[in-house]
Design a protein around this ligand. Structure first.
Ligand code: SF4
Length: 327
């Protein structure tokens, strides 16, 4: 396959089923990027990173495979893009160690994520938490990525990868490509419990390949503006997660009708949710259809092919880095 002008690398956490928030906030953009004829995309699932806060080894492999399956269901074509598990790329570990030697310890100790994670799991402040940004730098610099889709929470890690590349190039000569951020859409999908964003750990969302009936059962009981005790009470859509999700997935006319109806008590919450359910069902129908056709073998084949492709890129980088470092 001919090399395309820009290389895109994205790593996602091995969290299991992808929910609507993952889809609207990231995966939908990845599918669009993967269809760009100028972009060669590598989508990794960060199972090595998951070890820094591992609680149950039995759950990690199924969670990892589920993410791969959902990526394929969402529309990532494994013929076009490489979908891989981070742990299948053995070269990452070697590059990680090589890069450790051009990484400033002070920068790692000052990392906001390290401090946050140490506070979150004080009983397990392992060295992996500290070294996490170097592993991420290896993930990014190994395939010589030009663009890395990042949200606000990951921008500092990309900055550290750039610092590591800069330091390496300064010391050993121009070798590592400088990755640039590709800003992901800033869509923040609220949880159906009205308590912040949709998240797997809070169980306040639904999977992108779930059946419409199952999604409806969750929408039906979702949090709404508490001021609407009765059908005749007016509400405030700005206080309701259902209205926010409408803004992301429903046509403009429907959004206006619903917001006006909410404020004037012209529409009830169940009818409002039914309209949203209809739009969600349409949006996710292709995902569901692809998921129904996917087999375990398809997922394994995609991951094997993706690992082979990304390893080839890593091998070139590692060989040059080794040589420049005198090995
Ligand atoms: S009518 Fe819709 S937007 Fe208004 S409170 Fe009910 S569910 Fe929320």
């Amino acid at each position: 396959m001919a090399k395309k002008p820009k290389t895109v690398l994205s790593l996602c956490r091995a969290t299991g089923v992808l929910h609507l928030g993952n889809y609207l906030g990231a995966v939908r953009d990845f599918v669009a990027l993967s269809e760009d004829p100028n972009a060669e995309c590598y989508f990794g699932i960060a199972d090595l990173h998951a070890l820094t806060s591992l609680t149950d080894p039995e759950k990690l492999r199924p969670a990892t495979r589920q993410v791969a399956r959902d990526y394929l269901a969402a529309g990532i074509d494994p013929q076009q893009s490489a979908l891989f598990l981070q742990s299948d790329v053995k070269e990452t570990n070697e590059l990680f160690w090589l890069l450790c030697n051009v990484t400033a310890t002070g920068e790692l100790l000052r990392s906001k994520t390290y401090k946050e994670m140490s506070d979150k799991q004080p009983e397990n402040v392992n060295a992996g938490l500290l070294m996490y940004p170097v592993l991420m730098a290896a993930d990014i610099l190994g395939p010589q990525a030009d663009l890395v889709p990042v949200g606000d929470d990951q921008i500092t890690h990309l900055e550290m990868a750039r610092n590591i590349a800069k330091r390496f190039n300064h010391r050993f000569g121009e070798t590592l490509r400088m990755p640039a951020p590709y800003r992901k859409s800033s869509i923040r999908v609220p949880g159906l419990d009205g308590k912040g964003k949709m998240s797997k750990s809070d169980g306040n969302g639904f999977g992108i390949a779930e059946e419409p009936e199952a999604i409806w059962e969750k929408l039906r009981v979702a949090y709404t503006d508490p001021a609407r005790q009765r059908r005749t009470d007016p509400g405030n859509p700005d206080l309701c997660p259902i209205a926010t999700i409408h803004r992301f997935v429903s046509p403009k006319d429907d959004v206006e009708k619903i917001e006006d109806g909410c404020r004037t008590a012209g529409i009830g919450c169940i009818d409002c949710k039914k309209i949203l359910h209809g739009h969600l069902s349409d949006l996710l129908a292709p995902v569901r259809a692809r998921n129904q056709k996917l087999t375990d073998g398809d997922v394994s084949d995609a991951l094997a092919a993706g690992a082979t492709r990304v390893r080839t890129r890593f091998q070139e980088t590692v060989a040059t880095v080794r040589e420049r470092m005198g090995l």
